[in-house]
Design a protein around this ligand. Structure first.
Ligand code: ADP
Ligand code: MG
Length: 481
C-alpha cells in the first residue's frame, strides 16, 4: 500500500451537549440519564399548540465557546426547521440554525510534537438533540426514550483541514479540554455528550480537487476516531490504487474489530426543506451581551502554558500537565499566590497531590488541603527545615488528618525538624566516617559512588533529621581533603 502517494483530508463534525440545566426550548431537565421519558413535558412531546421558548444560557455557552475558538459571532440570528421523519423526533423537524450559524470561521490550535498548527473551523451552530431509539431493550420492539429530545447541542464543524488520524486525535483532545475548561459541555464521549463524525477522503499530493469523501459515524471515544480514520484511509487507498471509484457514503465503525461498514450511500443531496421557524422570533445579540460574556471567559490553557514556560521557566511537559484541566491550573494559580517557587509548586501538584487524589479517587476540587497549606509545605523544605521526602510523606499525611494545624507545628510535634546546626550534624558525619575506614579508602581510590552509602548512614544515625545540604558539604570537605 502506498501511503506517500496520497494526501489524507479529514473534516470533523462534533456535537457537544451543553451543560444547561434545562432544554433548548422548554424547562425540561437537560441532564443525562434519568428514568426513560421522565424529562418530557408537552413541548418535548410536540403536542399541538405548544410553543417553544428560547434558553438564554444555551446562547451564552455557544458564544463563549465561539469566542474562545476565535470565531466571528453572528449577531443577527434565527432558528430554522430542518424537516425529516424520524421515530425519535416527535415534531417531524429538528430546530437548527441554517444560514446564520452563531459562530463562523475561527480556529483551534493543536500541537504535534514541537510544532503547533491552527485547524480552521467552518462554523459552530446551535441545534436541539433528538431522542434515543433503544433497539436492545425488547426483543420485538424498538423503545423510544425522549429525555434527550430537545437538549441543546453545539455542532462544531471544521474545514477539511486535518491530514492524519493523529491530527484528528489531537484536535478532539484539545476541543474536549476547551469545552471542559469553559464548563459548557462535559466532553464525555462514552456517554455521548460529545459525539464526532469523521469525513475522510484522499487525493494525490498536489491535487487541488478534494477526493470523494466517506463519513464515519458512531465513534464513541477519541481513540476510536483515530482507529476508524486509520482503517478508512487504508481502505480508500486500496480502492483508488485499484483504479476503482470511491462512493460517497455513510459508514459505521465497529469497535470490536476496528473496521467500518456501509450504512447508506449518499449520492443525492438530502432536501430538508429548511425554513425559518415561525414559532421562534429571530434574535439579536447585543454588543453589551457579547461584552458581558467575553468578561466571563477565563484565561485559556494555551495562554497559561505560554506564561508557565516563558515567565516561570517551567518545561513544556510540566506546563501541559498543569493545564490538562482547569481545576489543576486553578490550584496551581492559587498556590503561586503564596509561593514563587514555581518548579516546586509544579512538582507538588504533579507528585503528592495528584497521587493522593488518584489513590482516593477524588476530584481535585475535593482535595482537603488549601493552596496556602501546600505553599507552607514548600516553604518548610525551602527553609531547610525538613527534606522534601519528609514533607511529602509524613507531614503531608499528618496535615491531611489534622488540616487545622500548620505544617511547621506538625513538623515540630512529630520531631521531624531537620538539624541544621552544623556542629551537631558534624558529629553524626564523624561518627559514620569513624565506622568505615575501609570504605573511605575505597572512595579515595576512585569508587566515588560510595558517597551514597555515607549519606545513607548519616541519614540513619540522625534518624532522618540531618540537613542533607550540610551533610553533603561536610562529606565532600572531609573525604576530598
Ligand atoms: P454535510 O452537512 O452534508 O455533512 P458539509 O459540506 O457541511 O456536509 O461537510 C461536513 C464535513 O465534511 C466538514 O467538516 C467538511 O470539512 C468535511 N468535508 C467536506 N468535503 C470533504 C472531503 N472531500 N474530504 C474530507 N472532508 C470533507
Ligand atoms: Mg455530515
Amino acid at each position: 500500500m502506498n501511503n506517500s502517494k496520497y494526501e489524507v483530508v479529514i473534516g470533523l463534525e462534533v456535537h457537544a451537549q451543553l451543560l444547561t440545566k434545562s432544554k433548548l426550548f422548554c424547562g425540561d431537565s437537560a441532564s443525562f440519564g434519568g428514568q426513560p421519558n421522565t424529562h418530557v413535558s408537552p413541548v418535548t412531546l410536540a403536542h399541538p399548540g405548544t410553543l417553544p421558548k428560547m434558553n438564554k444560557k444555551a446562547i451564552e455557552y455557544a458564544i463563549k465557546l465561539g469566542l474562545a475558538l476565535n470565531c466571528d459571532i453572528e449577531q443577527n440570528n434565527y432558528f430554522a426547521r430542518k424537516n425529516y421523519f424520524y421515530p425519535d423526533l416527535p415534531k417531524g423537524y429538528q430546530v437548527s440554525q441554517h444560514t446564520t450559524p452563531i459562530c463562523k470561521n475561527g480556529h483551534l490550535t493543536i500541537k504535534a510534537g514541537d510544532t503547533s498548527r491552527n485547524i480552521i473551523l467552518n462554523r459552530i451552530h446551535m441545534e436541539e438533540d433528538a431522542g434515543k431509539s433503544l433497539h436492545d431493550v425488547d426483543d420485538k420492539y424498538t423503545c423510544i426514550d425522549l429525555n434527550r429530545a430537545g437538549v441543546p447541542l453545539l455542532e462544531i464543524v471544521t474545514e477539511p483541514d486535518l491530514h492524519s488520524a493523529e491530527e484528528a486525535f489531537a484536535f478532539l483532545t484539545e476541543l474536549r479540554r476547551m469545552v471542559r475548561w469553559l464548563n459548557v459541555c462535559d466532553g464525555n464521549m462514552e456517554e455521548g455528550s460529545m459525539r464526532c463524525d469523521a469525513n475522510i477522503s484522499i487525493r494525490l499530493h498536489g491535487a487541488e480537487k478534494l477526493g470523494t469523501r466517506v463519513e464515519v459515524k458512531n465513534l464513541n471515544s477519541i481513540r476510536n476516531v483515530k482507529r476508524a480514520i486509520e482503517h478508512e484511509v487504508q481502505r480508500l487507498i486500496t480502492i483508488v490504487d485499484k483504479g476503482e471509484k470511491v462512493i460517497q457514503e455513510t459508514r459505521s465503525f465497529d469497535a470490536n474489530n476496528g473496521t467500518t461498514f456501509s450504512l447508506r450511500s449518499k449520492e443525492e443531496a438530502d432536501d430538508y426543506r429548511y425554513f425559518p421557524d415561525p414559532d421562534l422570533t429571530p434574535f439579536n445579540i447585543t454588543d453589551e451581551f457579547l461584552k458581558s460574556i467575553k468578561e466571563t471567559i477565563p484565561a485559556l490553557p494555551e495562554e497559561l502554558e505560554k506564561k508557565y514556560t516563558t515567565v516561570f521557566n517551567l518545561s513544556a511537559a510540566d506546563a501541559a500537565v498543569i493545564c490538562s484541566d482547569k481545576e489543576s491550573a486553578d490550584l496551581f494559580e492559587a498556590i503561586i499566590k503564596h509561593s514563587n517557587n514555581y518548579k516546586s509548586v509544579a512538582n507538588w501538584l504533579m507528585g503528592p497531590v495528584k497521587s493522593f487524589t488518584n489513590e482516593k479517587s477524588i476530584e481535585l476540587a475535593d482535595f482537603p488541603l488549601s493552596a496556602k497549606q501546600i505553599a507552607q509545605l514548600i516553604q518548610l523544605v525551602d527553609d531547610g527545615k525538613v527534606s522534601f521526602g519528609v514533607a511529602s510523606s509524613r507531614i503531608f499525611n499528618a496535615l491531611i488528618e489534622t488540616p487545622e494545624k500548620e505544617p511547621l507545628q506538625i513538623a515540630t510535634e512529630l520531631n521531624l525538624l531537620q538539624e541544621s546546626d552544623s556542629s551537631l550534624v558534624e558529629t553524626w558525619v564523624d561518627e559514620v566516617l569513624a565506622k568505615m575506614p575501609d570504605k573511605i579508602k575505597e572512595y579515595k581510590s576512585g569508587k566515588k559512588n560510595l558517597i551514597g552509602l555515607f549519606v545513607g548512614e548519616v541519614k540513619k544515625v540522625s534518624k532522618g533529621k540531618a540537613d542533607m545540604q550540610i551533610v553533603n558539604k561536610l562529606l565532600a570537605d572531609k573525604l576530598n581533603n
